[in-house]
Design a protein around this ligand. Structure first.
Ligand SMILES: *Cc1c(COP(=O)(O)O)cnc(C)c1O
Length: 430
C-alpha cells in the first residue's frame, strides 16, 4: 500500500499506528517514557541517522547495540553485496556458519561449541531449555532488572522495555511458568545463597547480564560474579551469561574475558550479526552436545545461519579482530562521562553516569546504583528533559531513562566533542 498521508515522521506515525500496534515493531522504539512522536529514519551512515524530516542526528542508540562500527559500514555493505550474488537462503549447511562458529569459539573464552539462531531472544530461550535438559531440573534464577529478550519464563522483573510500560510482568504468561523463575536482586550474594538453599537440587541454572544494561547500566560489585560462579558449582547449576549486549562490546570476549569468570553457557546477539538478525548460544562441548540432532534437547530454525546474516556478522567480527577498538572506546567513554559529570556538578545536579567502555547511562540520583530498586527510584524527569533538549540539538539518546547509550568506532573525536557539548548544555538547561 503506498503511503498516502505524507512522509513526515508525524504523518507516517499516524499511519503506522493504524496498522501496527502502537505504531512500532518493538515497544522500546515508541517515545512513551519521554513523550512525543518517534521519528522515522530514512538512512544511516557512520555515527548519523538521517530522518525523513531532513534532520541529521548523532546517534547514541546504535540500533540498540549492534552498530559498534557505526551505521552502514562500507566493508559490511560490500560483504552483503557479495553474498547476495550467491542467493539469500540455502536450507543446507554453508561455509559462513562454520566461519562464524570458528570466530566465536576462538574469541569467547568459555565457548567450545556454538549454535546459531536469529535473535537474542532465541539465544537465551534455547540456553535456558538446554540448561534444564542438561541438568534435569526446572527452576531458573534470574536477577531483577536483567532483560533476556521476551522469553516467557524470563519476562519477570525484566527491565527497560517492560519497565517503561509499567508492567514488569507481561500479560499472557501463565503463573505456572513464572513460578519456575526465581528473581533475586543483583549484587546481593546473600539473597542468591538463600534462593539456592530454599530450592535444593532444583536450580537448573542462573541467568544474568553480567553487566546489566537494560535498566540503565549497572556494574557488578567486586567478587559478585566469582561468588555466583562458586555457588553454581556448589549446587550443580549452570551459570548462563547473557552477553547479547556485552559480547564483543566490552571486549572481544565480552564480560567473561574482562572479568575472568567463565560461565557454562553464553547467549550472544547484536554485534555478531553486523546489523542483520543473528543470535547464538554456546558453551562447553559436553553441554552443547545435548542439543538435537546430537542429544535430546530440541532447537531449530529455518533461517538460522542465513548466508546474508553470516556475511554481515563475519565482517563485523573480523573488523574487531583486525583492529580491536576497545581501549579507544574506553577512553572516549570516560572522557564523555567526565565532561557530563562536571557539568552536572557545576549545576549541583545529582547525577550518576555509570560507564564501561562504549556503554553509559544516566541516573539522576545522589548515590551509585547497584540494583534494579535503586535504578528505578532515580528521578526520571530530568532524563526526559535532556532527551528532548539533545534531540532538538541533533543528538539522539535512547528514548527511555532505562536504556544504555552506545558509542561506535564511527564516533570520532570531533563528533563526540560536539555531542558532548550538547549533553552538557542539556544538563545546564535543567
Ligand atoms: C537485546 C537483548 C536481548 C534480546 O535480543 P533480541 O535480538 O532483541 O531478541 C537479550 N538479552 C540482552 C541482554 C539484550 O540486551
Amino acid at each position: 500500500m503506498p503511503i498516502s498521508t505524507g512522509t513526515s515522521s508525524q504523518s507516517l506515525f499516524e499511519k503506522a499506528r493504524q496498522l501496527i500496534p502502537g505504531g512500532v515493531n518493538s515497544p522500546v522504539r515508541a517515545f512513551r517514557s519521554v513523550g512525543g512522536t518517534p521519528f522515522f529514519t530514512e538512512s544511516a551512515d557512520g555515527p548519523f541517522l538521517h530522518t525523513v524530516d531532513g534532520q541529521k542526528l548523532i546517534d547514541f542508540v546504535c540500533t540498540w547495540g549492534p552498530a559498534i562500527h557505526g551505521h552502514n559500514h562500507p566493508e559490511i555493505r560490500a560483504a552483503l553485496r557479495g553474498a547476495l550474488e550467491n542467493g539469500t537462503s540455502f536450507g543446507t549447511p554453508a561455509t559462513g556458519e562454520v566461519e562464524m562458529a570458528e570466530r566465536i569459539t576462538r574469541t569467547v573464552p568459555s565457548v567450545e561449541k556454538v549454535r546459531l539462531v536469529n535473535s537474542g531472544t532465541e539465544a537465551t530461550m534455547s540456553a535456558v531449555r538446554l540448561a534444564r535438559g542438561y541438568t534435569g531440573r526446572d527452576k531458573i534464577i534470574k536477577f531483577s532488572g536483567c532483560y533476556h529478550g521476551h522469553v516467557d519464563s524470563l519476562l519477570v522483573s525484566a527491565g527497560s522495555g517492560a519497565l517503561t510500560h509499567g508492567s514488569p510482568d507481561s500479560a499472557g504468561i501463565p503463573e505456572s511458568f513464572a513460578r519456575e523463575t526465581i528473581v533475586v536482586p543483583f549484587n546481593d550474594p546473600a539473597a542468591l545463597r538463600e534462593a539456592f538453599t530454599a530450592n535444593p537440587e532444583r536450580i537448573a541454572g542462573v541467568i544474568l547480564e553480567p553487566y546489566p544494561a537494560n535498566v540503565g547500566l549497572i556494574l557488578p560489585e567486586p567478587d559478585f560474579l566469582e561468588t555466583l560462579r562458586r555457588l553454581c558449582d556448589e549446587h550443580g547449576s549452570l551459570l548462563i551469561f547473557d552477553e547479547v549486549m556485552t559480547g564483543f562490546r566490552i571486549s572481544q570476549g565480552g564480560v567473561q574475558e574482562a572479568e575472568k569468570v567463565r560461565p557454562d553457557l553464553t547467549a550472544m546477539g547484536k554485534i555478531i550479526g553486523g546489523g542483520l538478525p543473528v543470535g547464538a548460544f554456546g558453551g562447553k562441548a559436553d553441554i552443547m552436545d545435548h542439543l538435537a540432532p546430537e542429544g535430546p534437547v530440541y532447537q531449530a530454525g529455518t533461517l538460522s545461519g542465513n548466508p546474508l546474516a553470516m556475511a554481515a556478522g563475519n565482517t563485523s567480527l573480523s573488523l574487531l579482530e583486525q583492529s580491536p577498538p576497545y581501549s579507544d572506546l574506553e577512553r572516549k567513554g570516560k572522557k564523555l562521562r567526565e565532561a557530563v559529570l562536571e557539568a552536572a556538578s557545576d549545576k549541583g545536579i545529582p547525577l550518576q553516569l555509570p560507564q564501561a567502555g562504549s556503554m553509559f547511562s544516566f541516573y539522576f540520583t545522589e548515590n551509585p546504583v547497584r540494583n534494579f530498586q535503586q535504578a528505578t527510584s532515580a528521578d526520571r524527569d530530568p532524563f526526559k528533559k535532556i532527551f528532548h533538549y539533545a534531540l532538538d540539538h541533533g543528538v539522539y539518546l535512547p528514548p527511555s531513562p532505562f536504556e544504555t547509550c552506545f558509542i561506535s568506532t564511527a564516533h570520532d573525536e570531533s563528533i563526540l566533542a560536539q555531542a558532548c557539548e550538547v549533553l552538557c548544555e542539556a544538563i545546564r538547561s535543567l
